[in-house]
Design a protein around this ligand. Structure first.
Ligand SMILES: Nc1ncnc2c1ncn2[C@@H]1O[C@H](COP(=O)(O)OP(=O)(O)OP(=O)(O)O)[C@@H](O)[C@H]1O
Length: 260
């Protein structure tokens, strides 16, 4: 049993089938990529997993329990963390306070009793350590609406990590990061996975996807058309066709070449 099981999920918006009988898993210690052309249904899948979107049919199981009808906050409390493609930080708060709010909410009304949370010294140190870990400590006192986009994405990651997730859903996490920052970000993802976190990532940077993912699922028009490790996905003709939009693909054209 995998940590997250998406089972035969369908999402329809009127006449548009955004997700079409998608079945896939994400597991602890594993970095899983969910890729596909624009409009393929990736964000809708994330919304179904995090609880923002009720599926038309199908099920979502998390830690073996059916969570299909659970609201967002209940899933979050049980370990589903998420970042958004469109940034969702509290702009008028500092970077540090954005993370503190997340830790406080996760801790609940009795958080002040726990030494690792709340406003006590240990809680404060834990937040500083988190900011340092994602590489944004120097921005701790800046307002969140004044920091660069790439930094704001890392802030979203820190905020999600403050809730101690078992599963981390990352939607376009590297957009806005330069090459060096993206490399560091990839290393951080590997570290998090090695500590047992399940990571499911929607990402357009194929170099990053191919470098860090253990398993990749490819969506096209809402349907999973391929699943496998990076080498299998790279050379899958159906994936190449999906990205290029036509069938005539040279045998030796890789996905990375196809979409670049
Ligand atoms: N709330 C909605 N109402 C109607 N149609 C929607 C809604 N949300 C998504 N769609 C449609 O569902 C399809 C899948 O959209 P989705 O945003 O999940 O794709 P995506 O793979 O995340 O795309 P991108 O890579 O561009 O972010 C698209 O055709 C989109 O227009």
């Amino acid at each position: 049993m995998a940590l997250l099981e998406v089972d035969d999920v369908v999402v329809k918006f009127g006449g548009v089938t955004a997700v079409n009988h998608a079945t896939f898993t994400a597991d602890s210690g594993v970095i899983t990529g969910l890729i596909g052309p624009n409009g393929a249904g990736k964000t809708t899948c994330f919304n179904v997993i995090s609880g923002l979107q009720r599926p038309t049919s199908g099920r979502v199981r998390f830690t073996g329990r059916s969570v299909t009808r659970w609201p967002v906050h209940r899933r979050a409390k049980h370990g589903v963390g998420r970042t958004f493609q469109r940034l969702e930080a509290f702009g008028s708060l500092t970077v540090r306070d954005n993370v503190r709010v997340a830790a406080d909410i996760q801790g609940g009304p009795l958080a002040w009793l726990r030494p690792d949370l709340g406003s006590g010294r240990s809680g404060r140190l834990a937040i500083e350590a988190l900011l340092d870990r994602v590489g944004i400590a120097e921005y701790a006192d800046e307002r969140a609406d004044s920091i660069p986009t790439g930094t704001a994405r890392l802030l979203e990651l820190a905020r999600a990590l403050a809730c101690d997730p078992k599963l981390l859903l990352l939607d376009e996490p590297s957009s806005g990061l330069d090459e060096t920052e993206t490399d560091a970000f990839g290393d951080l993802l590997k570290d998090l996975a090695s500590e047992g976190c399940a990571i499911l990532m929607v990402e357009h940077d194929m170099d990053l996807v191919m470098a860090v993912c253990d398993e990749i699922h490819v969506l096209d028009f809402g349907t999973i058309i391929a699943s496998g490790d990076p080498a299998e996905i790279r050379n899958d003709p159906a994936v190449q066709r999906a990205y290029l939009g036509y069938a005539e693909v040279e045998d030796d054209t890789s996905v990375m070449e196809a979409i670049s």
